[in-house]
Design a protein. Structure first.
Length: 298
């Protein structure tokens, strides 16, 4: 754990909070809202407490509080004000900030407390769409900009997976209501980003279908085996990093030719699915721009 990031540059604070570094510097100089340490070369460094304070100040500022007024509050008053002003409009930003802090601190208790607070106001579906999807998008950007480490990303992803699995398990014990089609969910070889596919499994089960969840990195040749046991299969996949852009249309063609029988279907979503050429598709294949669009098709 000694290599875990717990000090941040001003650029890191900008990436996490959304407040421009130039603005942060002005707030420091004029109002002394943050007190960074400085290296021998005069580079600002911030700790986790400074990050948390900035996120709270940002929420207050977005709700009309002037920075000159915020700067005069006692440190203990700022979190109190944040709790008082949280409303339906601000709950999304507050929850995402709280989850970010849980991630930065590797704090499971804060994650679960934030999640439970959300469930008192929202369904699990709305928590996933309104909070978890934008949260993971932001975390992906933070990882790409080297603001967080892979350990941070894996930590928060694992906790979200647990929530999906808990809700999915409640549905798996129920008898399917719709028995004329089975959904087989899988990820292509070398694809390991499972969150989206796991949530789709939950949504499909919720609508009364039977699902078979194969998970990550499944070779195409393994899919055809399912046709020996099941009729009317809809194969569902989620392309995040695989197959790569140059291979994606050939991959889709191979699934169509070697996996689908006359009653089969192939549904695809995920970031890379936008690179599928419509000419590669047939009437058994559908591409969806988002999880929500695919779910609406059910």
């Amino acid at each position: 754990m000694n290599n875990i990031k717990n000090t941040f540059s001003i650029k890191d604070l900008e990436n996490i909070s959304g407040i421009k570094a130039h603005t942060i510097r002005i707030w420091e100089k004029r109002y002394n809202v943050l007190e960074p340490e400085r290296t021998d070369t005069n580079i600002r460094l911030y700790d986790l407490a400074s990050l948390q304070k900035l996120l709270n100040i940002t929420l207050l500022h977005n709700h009309g509080y002037k920075i000159s007024k915020i700067s005069k509050y006692a440190p203990e008053k700022i979190p109190v004000l944040v709790r008082e002003i949280i409303s339906e409009k601000s709950v999304k930003n507050h929850a995402i900030s709280a989850f970010k802090m849980a991630m930065m601190n590797f704090d499971q208790a804060q994650f679960h407390a934030t999640y439970n607070d959300l469930l008192s106001e929202k369904s699990f579906q709305r928590v996933f769409y309104d909070i978890f999807i934008p949260l993971m998008t932001e975390i992906g950007l933070l990882w790409q900009s080297d603001t967080i480490t892979p350990a941070h990303e894996h930590f928060i992803s694992s906790l979200i997976q647990q929530k999906i699995l808990t809700n999915t398990e409640k549905l798996q014990i129920l008898e399917p209501k719709i028995k004329d089609r089975v959904f087989v969910l899988y990820l292509p070889e070398n694809e390991i980003h499972e969150l989206g596919l796991m949530y789709l499994n939950y949504e499909i089960l919720l609508r009364g279908y039977k699902t078979i969840y194969l998970g990550e990195s499944v070779p195409i040749q393994n899919l055809n085996i399912l046709n020996k046991y099941l009729d009317n299969i809809t194969f569902v996949s989620y392309f995040t990093v695989e197959p790569i852009k140059d291979d994606i249309n050939e991959y889709v063609k191979k699934v169509i030719e070697s996996v689908l029988n006359e009653n089969g279907q192939f549904w695809v979503t995920g970031r890379l699915s936008e690179y599928i050429n419509p000419t590669s598709l047939n009437n058994q294949t559908k591409v969806f721009k988002s999880i929500e669009e695919l779910v609406n098709e059910l």
